[in-house]
Design a protein around this ligand. Sequence first.
Ligand code: TYM
Length: 333
Amino acid sequence: MSKEIVVSGIRSTGFLHIGNYFGAIRNYIKMQEEYNCYFFVADYHSLTTHPDPASLKPNVYRVLAENIACGLDPEKVALYVQSDIPEIPELYLMLNMMAYKGELEKTASFKEKARANPDNVNAGLLTYPTLMSADILIHKGKYVPVGKDQEQHLEMARNFAQRFNHRYGEMFPEPYPFNFGAELVKIPSLDGKGKMSKSENENATLYLSDSDELIRKKVMKAVSGDAPTEPNSVKPDVIENLFLLMKLVSEDDVIAKFESDYNACTIRYGDMKKQLAEDMVSFIAPIREKTIAIQEDKDNLHKIMKIGKEKARESSVRTLEQARKMMGINFYC
Ligand code: TYM
């Protein structure tokens, strides 16, 4: 039986962080064993915020290197760069005919970005969800490992797929977000305000490239507040966040100790943060070191990108040919 198809991407807008790891990459690594996987660097998507060309290129190399350092095996998956696949923008154009201005304007990520940068509300930003849908549908992807922030984009991809199928005939499966832990994940920032992010909240985000000292500094500054005064009291959000982070990287008995200290009102947040900082260092340091080594070998990265491109184009060419035919854009046969 042929394997089910998985697609996901990461924008090349900055350094990857533990939100990217636990929201997306952790699933990529597990899925590469059982599924037919396409993972890519979404460099076109990053153009919506007009990055300096001089920084875009190293960002693409670094995202590739960080994915590999986290455990992604380019021999098991197609690991490629979005702009290496010309069929993606062509399908994007077709899907734009299935997408309506009103629904695009209502997308939460569009509204958020338009509010934050009123001088740069470009058409690429508005049609971000159709490009993302093209990324997925070009391989007829069924599962999309992503964090919680991408849920709405996936819902839109299902709508566009359905509309295409309805208008031109059955062609695309409906893609669904995927997480092995069932619920999609949102890794909170250390200051209790929103989520960890590549481009905002730098001091409250733990990057896979942070030095041991910087990790310790950021974790020790995490917002905690007063210790509980009543046994077994409900945890405030910032404390829930600290426990959530601990559950990602610490041993079960360590978590159990701090849970029981919390319930007995004997918890010392300073001690908890110290432990969390050390466990984060143990998690991040090997990824950081591996990334440096991978990034240094440009020839190997180029080789990986080319092989990924070949694998990804194979299915992209096939899908696009079929889409053109169904739409009546096949004049030479
Ligand atoms: P991007 O580059 O913002 O993030 C990459 C992946 O990391 C997840 N993520 C998080 N998960 C949990 N907690 C967080 N704090 C956190 N921050 C980021 C994101 O959900 C994502 O899975 N639009 C996408 C890129 C994209 C894409 C696609 C994804 C382009 N085309 C097709 C899937 C399929 C984005 O901007 O992700």
